[in-house]
Design a protein around this ligand. Structure first.
Ligand SMILES: Cc1cc2nc3c(=O)[nH]c(=O)nc-3n(C[C@H](O)[C@H](O)[C@H](O)COP(=O)(O)OP(=O)(O)OC[C@H]3O[C@@H](n4cnc5c(N)ncnc54)[C@H](O)[C@@H]3O)c2cc1C
Length: 440
């Protein structure tokens, strides 16, 4: 039997467009691959991992060409919730138990560095990406308050982290105009942004550093030759001393079975029409970004022009939902019934890469000529920007920070290409049920 599966990046072809895509200008590059070329470094993937890698590597004096199957930001980096958070997808206690205190502390520091690095890029280059301070975890369950207290105390005591503020029921309901939350934990070292505005600005910076950007140029195959990798596109070939792969949830089989170490999951977002500042602040008083505490979270915030950007709901099949707007709307109305008066202007979805332990997977292949970073598990906005910096350091022979991620052990999701999705969906069903029963 022949399975003719489409590439994951093709699933967005024919979509109507997202709020983010309507908020940016095209990148300033007209590069077209009309001949074979040689470069020091070939970067595959035009999301934050790829663009940040290209920018950092070019700054170190290497010649760089970046290949994106569609447009810059076509993947998760141009579709996400815009929550720019410190830490990893898993909390420090999990990391300490799993990896030991020293390694956990190393990852904590890198999580802080990821946000610092992003803030510095924004400030130093005067990037307008609608940066706002504060992400609030809104407690869906009664026992979240105790958990929040414990986490804030633990991080203060063990990590000297003093940016948490705990909100009781009155305070959270004063902050968010919804009666479903029971407590809250505000993190003042977190931010929210328009992620595509940042990505396009970083791409323009990379172009200034002479990075060649080839959009609409999927890479089909990679061949390991002794001192170089032959990178094969539809009509031409690229000889590169190093290759960086930053394809995350859209990776498919480009680097063989590595894709079995994560589950590509589709997550969905809507943007309403603008509510105006006054009404928006009646809904989220201090304009924080918010996520809840369920296993499959709701996450939301207001855009720079006061649209509610609301994300939530996941599917595990290789097909995107046809009616993702109503899928997300149903979740949004449970939190904010008052938003039924507002029109939805945009709805879209994106694919993320979830690893079994929810930690990113960094590594190398082909005798260190090929470097990859993926599997941010829905917490990749800051980490993908950091990964580009760490990959450029690795190319220059400085491995310490890259290896802090590289030494994390990952296991494959069983089932190979065809059974991975059903196996994973049945495991997730258990957690959905748990959320349902816990919410009473
Ligand atoms: C709906 C959604 C909401 C999210 N919300 C948040 C959030 O609020 N906060 C947070 O921290 N994280 C969030 N994430 C996760 C975050 O967006 C990702 O971790 C991050 O953007 C990954 O960046 P990346 O560059 O590695 O991958 P991507 O941005 O997905 O880029 C990969 C690129 O590779 C390209 N590609 C694939 N194959 C090829 C090929 N063969 N040749 C050339 N190009 C190829 C694709 O077209 C794609 O553009 C969210 C993700 C989704 C989908």
């Amino acid at each position: 039997m022949i399975f003719n599966k489409k590439s994951t990046y093709e699933q967005h072809d024919n979509e109507k467009g997202s709020f983010y895509h309507s908020s940016v200008n095209p990148i300033k590059s007209k590069d077209i691959l009309d001949q074979d070329i040689n470069v020091d470094v070939c970067v595959i993937g035009g999301g934050l991992t790829g663009v940040s890698s290209a920018l950092n590597i070019a700054k170190k004096g290497y010649s760089v060409a970046l290949f994106e199957a569609r447009k810059i930001g076509a993947g998760a980096s141009g579709r996400n919730g815009g929550h720019l958070g410190v830490g990893m997808r898993k909390d420090q206690i999990y990391l300490e138990n799993k990896l030991g205190k020293i390694h956990a502390k190393q990852l904590w520091d890198l999580g802080l560095e990821a946000v610092e690095e992003t803030l510095n890029l924004i400030k130093d280059n005067n990037i307008d990406c609608a940066l706002v301070k504060g992400i609030l975890a809104a407690g869906t369950f009664e026992n979240d308050y105790k958990q929040f207290e414990f986490e804030a105390e633990y991080l203060l005591k063990n990590y000297n982290f003093d940016a948490y503020r705990i909100l009781n029921k009155d305070k959270i309901q004063n902050e968010i105009n919804s009666n479903i939350y029971k407590s809250g934990l505000l993190n003042l070292r977190n931010y929210h942004i328009n992620p595509l505005k940042l990505l396009i600005a970083l791409t323009d910076l990379a172009i200034k550093e002479k990075v060649k950007i080839f959009e609409n140029t999927p890479i089909l195959k990679l061949e390991d030759h002794k001192d170089e990798i032959l990178v094969i596109a539809a009509k031409h070939k690229i000889k590169a001393k190093k290759v960086v792969v930053g394809c995350n949830g859209y990776l498919d089989n480009l680097i063989g079975k590595k894709a079995n170490s994560f589950m590509p999951i589709n997550n969905y977002v809507i943007a309403t029409e603008s509510l105006g500042e006054e009404k928006a602040k009646d809904i989220i008083r201090n304009n924080y970004a918010v996520h809840d505490t369920r296993f499959i979270i709701d996450y939301y915030r207001f855009s720079e022009d006061w649209r509610m950007i609301f994300g939530g709901g996941e599917t595990f099949s290789s097909q995107f939902l046809k009616d993702s707007k109503n899928f997300v709307l149903e979740r949004m109305y449970k939190v904010f019934p008052q938003l039924q008066d507002y029109k939805v202007d945009y709805s879209w979805g994106g694919t993320l890469a979830i690893t079994v332990n929810r930690l990113p997977m960094f590594g190398s292949m082909m005798n260190e000529k090929l470097i990859y970073a993926f599997g941010y598990s829905g917490h990749g906005l800051a980490l993908s920007i950091l990964s580009g910096k760490l990959i450029s350091e690795k190319i220059n022979g400085i491995n310490e920070k890259f290896d802090a991620f590289g030494k994390i052990k990952h296991i494959n999701i069983p089932g190979g290409n065809f059974l991975r999705r059903p196996i994973y969906s049945s495991a997730i069903f258990y957690y959905k049920l748990r959320d349902f029963f816990n919410s009473f």
